[in-house]
Design a protein around this ligand. Structure first.
Ligand code: G
Ligand code: G
Ligand code: MN
Ligand code: NA
Length: 253
């Protein structure tokens, strides 16, 4: 309860904010966009992981408010970067299952796109497999409405165990993000085989592939050679402050 009150206050007081992790083109190394990652700088305690405070927000009914606030923040950041650096790169925002399945979510996204004036294609929503598996029909319905708005949708943490391959046919996705658990053993031959197979499948379904959690040059090369289009991970950059992400944009746009 204490934590719930603190989070409620933290949302109001801007203690919750977004960092931005670069995603680069596997072939050229050029900046392709960012993933927005939520952080809570809790007074007297320090940085709280989104794993913890998103779960609290879901349990206590704060997620619609928190999710909307973060999404609005990301849309305004995209707008600000477009103004500063011209035609800008897409930003991916994580959406929790509860947030996605909220009836009014597509309308919220539509409103935020309108208010921020950004092109819909500059926003990617990252959803998790578990949400989709538990509520396939509802997820499908929400994603269809979101794609109709023109936003991109990525399946996050792909390959962590909840995935069903039939889901890939049934959901209108743009991108698969291969989970770090499958990327970190690269370039071990068995991991190469799995990642290559996922990339072939994705290619047949016309999905882009992002490899997450790239920490070494060897992993980057193996992921590229296996067919991943985009790479993300500490090898390139940690999640960055708005100012540091702006430096990347300045250098690479
Ligand atoms: O940044 P970090 O690795 O600590 O993130 C841990 C987890 O928290 C990841 O699974 C990530 O998807 C999730 N996460 C980060 N930011 C957000 C957010 O804004 N909304 C939701 N729903 N999840 C987030
Ligand atoms: O579930 P999701 O993909 O949204 O999780 C993103 C999380 O992964 C964030 O917490 C981010 O900080 C973390 N992350 C990003 N790159 C790396 C990496 O190269 N190695 C590790 N261990 N974590 C990473
Ligand atoms: Mn993610
Ligand atoms: Na992930």
């Amino acid at each position: 309860l204490d934590t719930e009150q603190a989070l409620r206050k933290g949302i109001r007081n801007q203690e919750v904010y977004l960092d931005y992790q670069p995603k680069v083109d596997a072939a050229s190394g050029k900046l392709l966009g960012f993933e927005a990652l939520a952080r809570w700088q809790r007074p007297g305690i320090g940085l709280v992981s989104p794993v913890d405070f998103i779960a609290i927000a879901e349990r206590t009914g704060l997620i619609p408010e928190l999710g909307a606030m973060l999404l609005e923040r990301a849309c305004h950041q995209i707008a600000a970067w477009r103004l500063a650096y011209g035609d800008c790169l897409p930003v991916a925002v994580n959406v929790s299952p509860m947030q996605l399945l909220n009836q009014g979510f597509p309308q919220l996204v539509e409103r935020l796109l309108r208010e921020s004036g950004i092109p819909p294609s500059s926003l990617t929503l990252e959803i998790t497999e578990s949400a989709a598996v538990d509520n396939l029909a509802d997820t499908q319905h929400q994603l269809q409405q979101l794609r109709a708005l023109g936003v991109e949708v990525a399946m996050d943490d792909f390959g962590t165990g909840f995935s069903s391959l039939s889901m890939l046919r049934e959901l209108p996705l743009s991108t698969l993000k291969i989970d770090r658990g499958l990327i970190s053993p690269l370039p071990a031959p068995d991991a190469v085989a799995v990642v290559t197979a996922i990339c072939r499948l994705a290619s047949a379904l016309e999905l882009q592939v992002v490899a997450e959690g790239i920490e070494t040059l060897e992993q980057a090369i193996a992921a590229r050679d296996a067919g991943c289009h985009a790479l993300q991970g500490f090898f390139y950059a940690r999640p960055l402050s708005v100012a540091d992400a702006g430096d990347w944009l300045q250098r690479q746009c």
